[in-house]
Design a protein around this ligand. Sequence first.
Ligand code: SF4
Length: 452
Amino acid sequence: MKYFIETYGCQMNVHDSERMAGLLEANGYDRTEVDTDADLVVINTCSVRERAEDKLYTRLGEISEMGRQLGRDPVVAVTGCVAQQEGDKLIARSAGVVDVVVGTQQVKMLPMLASAAIDRQREANGRTGRMPPPRIAIDNPYEEPSFPLGIVRRGDPVRAYVTIIEGCNDFCAFCVVPYTRGHERMRAKAEILADARDAAASGRREVQLLGQIVNHYQAPDDPSCDFPALLEAVHEIPGIDRIRFASPHPRHTSERVIAAVRDLPKVCKHLHLPVQSGSSRVLGLMRRRHTREQYLDLVARIREAIPKVQLSTDMIVGFPGETDADFEETLTLTAAVGYHSMFSFKYSERPNTLASKRMPDGVPDEEKTRRIVALQALQRSIQSDLFQRSIGSTTQVLVDATSRRREWELTGRSSGNTVVNFPGPPQWLGQLIDVTIKRAGPNSVWGEAVTG
Ligand code: SF4
C-alpha cells in the first residue's frame, strides 16, 4: 500500500508528519510523492488561522475530483489540529471524501484505521463504489500521554526536528493551540538526548528543538535540567554543529537563556520572539502577559549581550479592539526592533478561544487589510536595509539544499537564519561553508564561498 502525505502549518506539524511517515512505513506502507499513485492520502492540518483551515476544504474538493478522474478513490485521512478541533463534523462537511479523522494525540492509531478503511474501500469499490463507514479516532487531548511515537522518517537530510514540549497552558485570547494540542507536557531529557544523538548518527548536523514555549522546559526526569541546561546537554553531543529552537516566549527569556545563546558556540545567534502587537493595551486584551516596554527592554538586553543576534517575530493586526493608535504602536515597535523577518497575519476568530467567545471581531476586514499592507511594507524595507548592510560581510552557512532553479547554486542559512544562496558543488550539501555576501534580494542574499 502506498501513502502520500501533505503538511500544512508549522515546524511542529512538519515533524508530526515525519513521525506519521515513520509509523506508516513501520506498518508496511511505501511512500509515494505523487498523490494519484496513493492508496492513502494523509493531510496533516493546521487550524491556527482560518485560511489554513479553508485550504483543507479546497484540497478535499481536488482529491474528490482526482478520484472521479482516476475511477478510484484513495482513502483520505485527516490528521492534526483541524482533525482534533472538528472531529466527525469533518466527515459530514467533506461530503464523504474523508474516511479517517485522527486527532493530535491519537496518531499511533493511523496505520490501523487507514488499513481498515482501505480494506473496506476495496470491498466497496468491487460492489457499490465509495463510502465505507468512516472511522474516527479523536480523543481528549488533555488525557493522552504525550509522544506516543518513537519512530520517525526524517525528511530533511541536514536538520532534525526534536520535540521537547507539546501543548500549551497559556491560553492567549486568540490562540487555538491549547484546545487542539492540549496542556503543556514536557518530554524526558533522556528521550530528547537520545533523539538528538540518533539525528547526529544519521548525519544531521543541525538539531531544532520544538515546543510551543520551548524556554519553559523543565525535564520531568531531571529536576536540575531547565531549558538552558538542556541546550548545554545537546551542545555536548558530537556531530551536532548547530542548535536552533522555536519558539521561546518573551516572558520566559531569562538572563540564563540569553547567556546560553551567547556562550554556546553551536547555538545559533537567532531568536524568534513572538510579540503579536506593539500596544500594551492590546497585549493585555490578548493575555500575552508582557507589555511593550518589557519586550523592548528584553530586546535591548539581548542585543547588548549578543550584538550580532538576529531577531524575528509573529505579529497579528486587527485584534478585536485594536485602534489606529494601537496599530501605530505596532509600527513603531517594528521599526524600533528591526526584525530580520516577521510572520504577520490578519486576526481571524478561532473556535473555543476567549476572543471568539467574549470579544466581537470589530475591526472591518478592509481596515485589517490596510494595516497588514502597511506593516508588511515597513517590514520589507527594514529587511531590505538589513540585507543591504550585510553586503561585504562573511558568514558561515550550513548548506541545506541545492537550488531548484539553477544547477550549481546552493542554498543554506546563516547562524542568524538568513537564507544565503551561492554557487558551489552539490557535495557541499550538509557542510558549513564561509560565504561572503555580494548581493541582497528581498527575502535572501547571494554570495560567494570563501575558498582556500
Ligand atoms: S503561548 Fe499563547 S500563542 Fe503561543 S501556543 Fe500558547 S496560547 Fe498559543
